[in-house]
Design a protein around this ligand. Sequence first.
Ligand code: SF4
Length: 124
Amino acid sequence: MVKAKEYTCIGCPIGCPLQLVHKGSKITEISGNECDRGAKYAKQEFTDPRRELSTTMEIVGARWRRLPVKVTGPVEKGRVLEAARRIHTVHVTAPVKIGQVLIKDFLGQKGIDVVACRTMEAIV
Ligand code: SF4
C-alpha cells in the first residue's frame, strides 16, 4: 500500500514542506524540496532518523556546576534520551578546554565523541 509522510526540512531557514511517498520501506517519490538537501533530509528521516544533541555535564572545581557539551555526530532518534541520561551520569573536573574530548566513541559509535563547548578554568 502506498503511504505518504510529511516533514519540514531543517536544512535552511526556508523550511520547505516535504512529502515522501513510500511503499513499505521503498521510497517512490520525494517532493516539496527546493534543493537536493531537502530530499536527502527526507530520506534520512525515513530510513534512519538522527538528532544533534547538546546538553550539559556536571563539572567539579569550576566556577559553574554545569559544563555545556555536545555530541560530535548525530545520535539515533530512538537513543537520544539514553544518550542524554548517559552524559548526565558522569562528571568532569576543571580545568576543561573547549573542544576537549570528555567521552570517546560515545554509545559505541567509533569517532563520535562528547566534547566540551566552552573552556572552564579551575577555581583555587
Ligand atoms: S529543501 Fe533546500 S531550500 Fe528547502 S529548506 Fe531544505 S535546504 Fe532549504
